[in-house]
Ligand binder design. Structure first.
Ligand code: MG
Length: 251
């Protein structure tokens, strides 16, 4: 009986602790639906249309320093960072759209409600990352998108550059310990779900450090529920509708 009461108290205190449910981040936009494609303008509009709190997308700089939105480093056999924009512009996404330029993407985002999770990809030349960070900061500021934008990256160099140019803390995608994140003086972790489930003891450490917990890419019901139960702040998923459903069912 005593055990049951303490379990009930534990559950209640957990519920109080996680009173704010996770926000849903559509990974590369809401793309697995009619007429959409990963990192397309359509996927951004679709993420907004289903009420996602955020949509995530990836940014590369072309060889002539035009920021474009794409996940892979290669499109139609062209390595984006080694190819001029006029060549990259000839490529088509699976829904027929051209690769969006970042300015086009942000112009579309500006009148919408959805938040932006901007990932700056690691470039071979670190100078390009610094240049990209400066351009990104300016383009976001020109559209007054700062309050709706978060920055993430796998590159420690890009992280530093983004933080310097935007004046905002960025989240680090590589699975490093809480101590290493503190040393980076960043927003916090953006952890792969597999790594986080390997080091669940870090969750309390992140929390005590006041770091929000971003987790990617959380697609199965089991992983989504695990993130909800462990108080994730953001769930980045290819299944935003299912994540919304599971979060709503626990409210
Ligand atoms: Mg990404």
């Amino acid at each position: 009986m005593k055990k049951r009461i303490s379990l009930a108290l534990l559950t209640l205190s957990s519920l109080a602790l996680y009173a704010t449910p996770p926000a849903v981040v559509a990974h590369r936009g809401y793309w697995n639906t009619e007429g959409s494609a990963q990192n397309s303008i359509r996927s951004l509009v679709k993420a907004d249309s289903i009420g996602c709190e955020y949509t995530e997308f990836d940014v590369w700089l072309t060889s002539d320093n035009v920021p474009v939105v794409n996940h892979d480093d290669v499109i139609d056999g062209m390595v984006i960072q080694n190819t001029p924009y006029h060549e990259v512009a000839k490529a088509r996404l699976s829904n027929g759209e051209p690769v969006p330029r970042l300015d086009q993407f942000l112009d579309t985002a500006a009148p919408l409600k959805v938040g932006l999770v901007l990932e700056l990809k690691p470039h071979a030349d670190p100078v390009k990352e610094v240049l990209a960070a400066g351009m990104i900061a300016r383009m976001i500021a020109e559209r007054d998108l700062e309050p709706r934008t978060m920055y993430i990256t796998f590159s420690a160099n890009a992280l530093k550059a983004l933080q310097a140019t935007t004046g905002q803390k960025a989240a680090y995608l590589s699975a490093v310990s809480p101590e290493e994140l503190v040393a980076l003086d960043c927003y916090g972790p953006d952890f792969n779900i597999g790594s986080l489930r390997q080091f669940p003891q870090w969750i309390d450490e992140f929390r005590s450090l006041g770091m929000p917990l971003n987790v990617w890419t959380v697609d199965s019901d089991d992983d989504i529920q695990w993130c909800i139960d462990n108080g994730a702040t953001y769930i980045t998923t290819n299944n935003p509708l299912r994540a919304q459903e599971l979060i709503a069912s626990g409210k």
